[in-house]
Ligand binder design. Structure first.
Ligand SMILES: [Zn+2]
Ligand SMILES: [Zn+2]
Length: 357
């Protein structure tokens, strides 16, 4: 176990090194001063605004606005600074779907982590619907067509494959602490809890809602789907999900580039989330949250999480404090964002799940 202070020290040191390397500085008054360095290809627009930390690792195409540094209050009461990232409700960096197949025999469908009898990761294909039949569910008509419903108007009592309507017309704002602060106890990342933001601009949530109610909020083969309020989000680490699919014998291909070592995103406590491998192998020193302190290519020696070989493959807890209003929408008061005090947060429906009663 590494003392929390060690993580902060490591992060601070890395930050100092990156500042030196980039030749940039923030004047602290909202403006940014960037020295001219024609030889440095890393001096991008995103890097110029926040030259120091995880914020500059995000795909520039995923960001709907320039990254800013803002005052924020963490859940432990600490007042500090946060990176503020704004992303589209459906970033152009991803290609969502397919979700629910049109018929029980179709191979044009996504996946689901079934948590009823015979739990596991399944393709939404003929064998899965047959399993559902055996368990007493009825997802199809006699002609084999599947009951597909928008969660906004799914009929109660009707076994349905849920597929929400995308809405790309608004943005989401994410706060990530610039200097992570550890809590005394890890925070469980259970069902539909907020995990973080992927480098492709897509929010990451904990386990998808249970399917045992007879309503299956389908995921696409990369582990994402559309919330009832229209935004796309991940329930898996998409950059290594193919190994999970293959291990489970699921005949689906995720179109996202796969890299077991690559950084996938940043947790809401500010720590990075990498693929399941560290330097090409499974790390052996992970804590209960699937994290450890080790040297990374991007951030130096810092605490970071790893995706797992479980399904879903996300860390099951987080060690650090998240910002109040860590996820909100600047331009859509109606969006459902559970686990937050942000707009639409109170009583919002779980992502991808049926609407709140
Ligand atoms: Zn590692
Ligand atoms: Zn969801």
């Amino acid at each position: 176990m590494i003392a929390p202070g060690s993580r902060l020290l490591a992060l601070a040191l890395v930050g100092a090194l990156v500042v030196a390397a980039c030749g940039s500085s923030d004047d602290g008054a909202g403006g940014t001063t960037t020295t001219t360095d024609a030889a440095s290809p890393s001096t991008t627009a995103a890097a110029a605004s926040e030259p120091v930390t995880v914020a500059e690792l995000f795909d520039p195409d995923a960001l709907a606005a320039e990254v800013t540094e803002v005052d924020c209050t963490l859940e432990n009461g600490s007042t500090t600074s946060c990176h503020r990232l704004v992303v589209a409700s459906i970033p152009g960096t991803v290609d969502p779907g397919p979700f629910c197949p049109p018929t029980v025999d179709s191979d044009e469908g996504g996946i689901f982590t079934w948590d009823g009898d015979d739990p596991g990761l399944y393709a939404l294909d003929a064998s899965f619907w047959s399993l559902m039949d055996q368990q007493g569910y009825s997802f199809a008509d006699a002609d084999g067509s599947l009951h597909i419903a928008d969660p906004a108007d799914a009929a109660p009592g009707q076994d349905s494959c849920l597929e929400a309507t995308p809405d790309d017309s608004y943005t989401l704002a994410v706060l990530l602490p610039t200097a992570p602060e550890d809590l005394d106890e890890p925070t469980d990342l259970g069902t539909v809890s907020q995990v973080g933001l992927a480098l492709d601009g897509v929010t990451i949530f904990g386990d998808a809602p249970s399917g045992t109610s007879g309503a299956i909020p389908a995921l696409d083969p990369c582990g994402g789907h559309v919330d009832p309020s229209g935004y796309y989000h991940w329930h898996f680490g998409a950059t290594s999900i193919q190994s999970n699919l293959d291990a489970a014998g699921v005949p689906r291909e995720c179109g996202e580039p796969q890299d077991e070592d690559a950084i996938f995103g940043v947790a809401f406590d500010g720590y990075a989330i990498y693929g399941p491998h560290h330097d090409g192998t499974d790390p052996t020193d992970l804590d209960e949250c699937s994290g450890h302190v080790a040297t990374t290519a991007e951030l130096g020696e810092v605490y970071h999480y790893h995706l797992t070989d479980q399904s879903p493959n996300l860390p099951s807890c987080r060690v650090g404090a998240t910002a109040q209003d860590k996820l909100s929408s600047p331009d859509n008061d109606a969006v459902s964002l559970p686990d937050t005090g942000g707009p639409g947060g109170a009583g919002g429906a779980p992502p991808g799940g049926p609407p709140a009663p």
